[in-house]
Design a protein around this ligand. Structure first.
Ligand code: BEZ
Ligand code: MG
Length: 578
């Protein structure tokens, strides 16, 4: 590489690299676990306020702070700077200028208050105080909400059987109204899902997703599998549901009680692309909370499949007709909403991975289908399916999938923080691979990044690894929690391994660097061992498992050190002395 690059190409690569560094630098990460009843330090609050201020909030007539600054400076929109900064040094400098001022204004707000911060922006960027004042008023609300949170007091009241004030459940960035915390979280009215705001947000995300696929594969995906979770759709008021509708080209229609119970077809001219066939794999929590929404999605599938449109504009209809040609009924051919059997939850793929019970990777996909092959919706006569076991129908639908997708909606829980992302998105991807004969492209939508940001799974694993697992700011934050912190680090390594097991999505350098950081570094290994020898042994064992299963091409010398360390930890835990 490098020898044949022109100056312009070299320039572009350097810019693209710099852009990735900015992305890593700007990422909000938890720096330690939440301690019940305790609020974060000034640095964390500044990061949080900046992120809260970086979104337009039309419901408050408020524009994102970076947009106000860009406009004040007479620059193109901040969204444009973001898009163009990867290929233009000038745009990059402008973007950094905007971000620097947003940072300075937030610091001024925390140090000297809203008026001084507004004055700073008026002087430095010509932002009218009337505009920035709305943003600082929101920041002030967030600050007061954080201060006014009484988690311990509320817990004590709850334990005494006393009244605890209710409040919405969401992410602070998504919905600052969740503050103060320590309230009795209420969820959602399923008939309001998806909200008009969620439906509007979903259009650019779906466009970015389809465009990314088209760029990489040369065409739109004919069929996608989507994972829908309950808590996410509560927090976002139905982002995932809205995206599924957009993919098919349908919008929710409200009845005269303002309930989203009907769908309306978006005309092909408005869509400007084919209708995508979507297989929906839905969590048990979603099924319990969003029965009405599952029916809405099923209704959309049936309506779109029945449209009189040419096959190249309506992939869903074409696939349903093909299946009918093979002898299926319309009901069978149009089954797209799957979840667990009634009363069951989860895929168990995470347990199979964590316990190392699998021989071949396909077993993980088979387990996913066994757990998730229960069909929901209504048949042609309007009869409810209520979770009818349908592994063959699900298998046929998955066999056509070219891409799988899920949303990430909070900075606090990413794809290596918990085992649920790999059990769902990894599990369905492995099931697709077996049935379609090719690994699907796997994407994640990031609602927290500015703009509609879609990343591949591999990019997301790298980003999480850089910003969390291998980031001293993150792991030192965890280690301050002692025993529990080491367990968190071990979970991250195991969850990363889950992406190898289900989707072959982990680069060798990730395991190399995990081994180097936590095991080959004697001082670090010593700290982990003292704090939590059990989790330390599991972490080392997981690295050995990755190498043993051929998922990590480790150097022989490194493996030797890992084996010795593992044996030493075993002896220590079993009380064997040399
Ligand atoms: C859900 O919200 O549906 C969900 C939460 C955790 C794990 C799996 C699903
Ligand atoms: Mg590999």
């Amino acid at each position: 590489m490098g020898r044949n690059l022109t100056d312009a190409e070299r320039e572009r690569r350097v810019l693209a690299l710099y852009e990735q560094l900015l992305e890593i630098e700007g990422r909000l990460i938890p720096t330690g676990l939440h301690v019940f009843g305790r609020r974060g330090g000034t640095g964390e609050r500044a990061d949080l306020l900046r992120l809260v201020a970086s979104f337009d909030r039309p419901e408050r007539g408020l524009r994102a702070l970076p947009e106000l600054i860009a406009a004040g400076l007479g620059l193109p929109a901040y969204q444009t700077l973001l898009t163009e900064s990867a290929a233009s040094e000038r745009r990059l400098a402008e973007r950094e200028r905007v971000e620097g001022l947003a940072r300075a204004a937030t610091a001024e707000f925390l140090a000297a208050g809203a008026e001084r911060a507004a004055a700073l922006l008026a002087a430095a960027a010509g932002v009218p105080a009337a505009e920035s004042g709305k943003v600082f008023a929101l920041m002030l609300e967030v600050e007061r909400g954080l201060e006014g949170s009484d988690e311990l007091g509320a817990l004590a009241r709850a334990l005494r059987g006393e009244y605890v004030e209710p409040g919405p459940g969401a992410d602070i960035v998504q919905n600052p109204e969740i503050l103060p915390t320590g309230r009795n979280t209420y969820a959602v009215n399923p008939y309001h899902i998806p909200s008009p705001a969620a439906f509007a947000r979903a259009e650019p995300m779906v466009a970015a997703l389809l465009e990314r696929h088209r760029r990489e594969a040369g065409h739109y995906p004919e069929t996608m599998a989507m994972v829908l979770w309950g808590l996410d759709n509560i927090k976002t008021q139905g982002d995932g549901v809205a995206q599924a509708l957009w993919l098919m080209g349908a919008r929710p229609r409200r009845d005269n009680l303002n309930r989203a119970t009907e769908v309306e077809i978006i005309p092909p001219e408005r869509l400007g692309r084919p209708r995508i066939d979507v297989v929906l794999t839905v969590s048990g929590i979603f099924r319990d909370l969003f029965g009405a929404t599952m029916e809405l999605l099923d209704k959309a599938v049936r309506r779109v499949a029945a449209l009189d449109e040419p096959g190249e504009l309506n992939c869903l209809r074409r696939h349903v007709l093909e299946q009918i040609g093979e002898g299926a009924s319309f009901d069978e051919a149009a089954t797209r909403v799957f979840s667990n059997a009634a009363g069951n939850y989860g895929t168990n793929v995470n347990f199979m991975v964590m316990d190392g019970q699998w021989e071949e990777a396909r077993a993980l996909g088979e387990l996913f289908v066994t757990r998730k092959c229960f069909a929901y919706g209504r048949d042609a006569t309007g009869r409810r399916l209520e979770g009818r076991e349908a592994p063959a129908l699900m298998g046929r639908a998955l066999a056509r999938v070219e891409a799988t997708y899920q949303n990430i909606d909070t900075a606090e829980i990413g794809i290596t923080d918990v085992d649920h992302y790999f059990e769902y998105l990894g599990g369905v991807s492995r099931a697709v691979e077996t049935r379609a004969g090719a690994r699907p492209r796997i994407y994640l939508g990031d609602a927290l990044a500015p703009g509609a940001k879609v990343r591949t799974l591999e990019e997301t694993v790298r980003l999480e690894t850089r910003t969390k697992t291998l980031n001293p700011k993150w792991y030192e934050g965890m280690l301050r929690h002692g025993f529990r912190g080491v367990a968190e680090i071990e979970h991250h390594v195991t969850n990363t391994f889950g992406w190898s097991a289900t989707a072959d999505a982990v680069d060798d350098w990730i395991y190399d660097d995990v081994a180097r950081t936590y095991v080959l570094d004697e001082t670090m290994l010593g700290r982990l061992r003292v704090l939590n020898p059990d989790s330390t042994r599991s972490l080392v064992g997981r690295l050995l498992e990755a190498a043993g299963r051929g998922l990590w091409a480790a150097e022989a010398g490194v493996l030797e050190r890992l084996r010795e360390t593992y044996a030493g930890l075993e002896d220590e835990l079993e009380g064997v002395t040399a």
